[in-house]
Write a protein of this length. Structure first.
Ligand code: F6R
Length: 349
């Protein structure tokens, strides 16, 4: 059966929805463009054992994925989402800020400006790009003019492409597999056969509660952030099994547990989710699955699924998935932000 909104072509003719879906439909090409940009920036020859990654929000999650991949290759990687970077010795410092103007990221970077050979930035522009020009560190540019969170594939490709030049080939990707998965999430696939539309319908009628475990922490977090920013929907996010020792007592009547699942899921976690589903009733648990059975493809597919779910939820809630009402305004009225910008502008001359 068709859904009156999600399966209605007219909905997607509205400019904001059309543009948002177009951006998410372009995921793979954007990733490939990013990869090419990253590869085109020659890296210094350094032996990389310890990496620090700086980034917030939609840029920060790119740091999270890169760190997870680096760690899986035996490289110690730490992500910082603070105003000041943690103390430590780093072989490589990666700053990612789509706008190039995020104060936490730039302020953290300040202390490393004299270590230009160890620094690399990913950005579309802003003060970060100008700092790169002035202090001589590498800058990988991604396309400008879109909201940062939609540039996730561009930025991920950019940093992975750059790391290849350091002999760190981190992602061998089967794009055909991902492409096929994506086809099943697009607007022309009806509710009956489209897991993203089905999930959005359930989410929009409930109080969403995202439960993650280690292997799916990042896609689960992406879903939380995308529901917040695109669908303007507050949702709860917690880690299991810990949450099952406290959080579970407070699940509201209309709570819908959303659990991304992974082929890498440990046996104990599978059994725990099964038990949770028995306890609450299957109708109160929504499982999100990718199709691929390899690490990188699965992560990307779960990210895509999360992004589409958030867009369909924005349609159901009648909100604009491109516009943010508070994030930029808060930056504008935050004295700390202005102070950091002033210090940066002094440095930039
Ligand atoms: C906006 C968004 C935000 C930004 C964050 C940091 O689309 O997703 O979470 O990513 O405010 O800004 P940038 O990415 O420009 O450093």
């Amino acid at each position: 059966m068709k859904h009156y909104l999600l399966d209605g072509e007219w909905v997607y003719r509205e400019e904001n929805y059309r543009r948002a879906f177009e951006l998410v439909d372009g995921y793979i090409d954007a990733f490939m463009d990013g990869l090419r940009s990253g590869r085109s920036v020659k890296a210094e020859e350094i032996d990389v054992k310890r990496v620090l990654l700086l980034g917030m929000g939609g840029s920060g999650i790119v740091c999270d994925i890169a760190a997870e991949i680096l760690s899986s290759r035996g490289i110690a990687a730490q992500v910082s989402k603070e105003y000041t970077a943690p103390l430590g010795e780093w072989d490589l410092i990666i700053a990612i800020s789509y706008s190039g103007n995020t104060s936490e990221t730039l302020n953290s970077l300040l202390r490393f400006l004299d270590q230009d050979s160890r620094l690399v930035a990913v950005t579309s522009d802003g003060r970060l790009a100008r700092l790169g020009e002035k202090f001589g560190f590498k800058v990988v540019r991604v396309r400008g003019g879109i909201p940062p969170r939609y540039a996730f594939p561009d930025m991920l490709g950019a940093i992975l492409g750059y790391l290849e030049n350091l002999d760190l080939e981190l992602a061998r990707i089967n794009l055909d597999e991902i492409r096929e998965f994506q086809e099943g999430l697009k607007r022309d696939k009806g509710v009956d056969e489209n897991p993203a539309k089905e999930a959005a319908i359930r989410i929009s009628k409930s109080h969403p509660i995202i439960y993650v475990y280690r292997e799916v922490r990042l896609p689960g977090y992406r879903l939380k952030c995308e529901l917040n920013e695109n669908a303007k929907l507050l949702c709860h996010y917690a880690e299991i099994p810990e949450a099952l020792h406290n959080d579970i007592e407070a699940i509201p009547r209309d709570g819908l547990i959303i659990v991304p699942r992974s082929f890498r899921e440990p046996y104990e976690i599978s059994k725990t989710i099964e038990a949770l589903s028995r306890l609450l009733g299957e109708s109160r648990v929504l499982e999100l699955r990718a199709r691929s059975k390899s690490y990188f493809e699965e992560i990307i597919e779960l990210f895509m699924l999360s992004d589409y779910i958030s867009l369909y939820t924005s349609v159901l809630r009648g909100v604009n998935p491109l516009i943010l009402h508070r994030i930029e305004r808060l930056k504008d009225i935050n004295a700390a932000y202005h102070e950091i910008k002033r210090r940066l502008d002094e440095k930039l001359g």
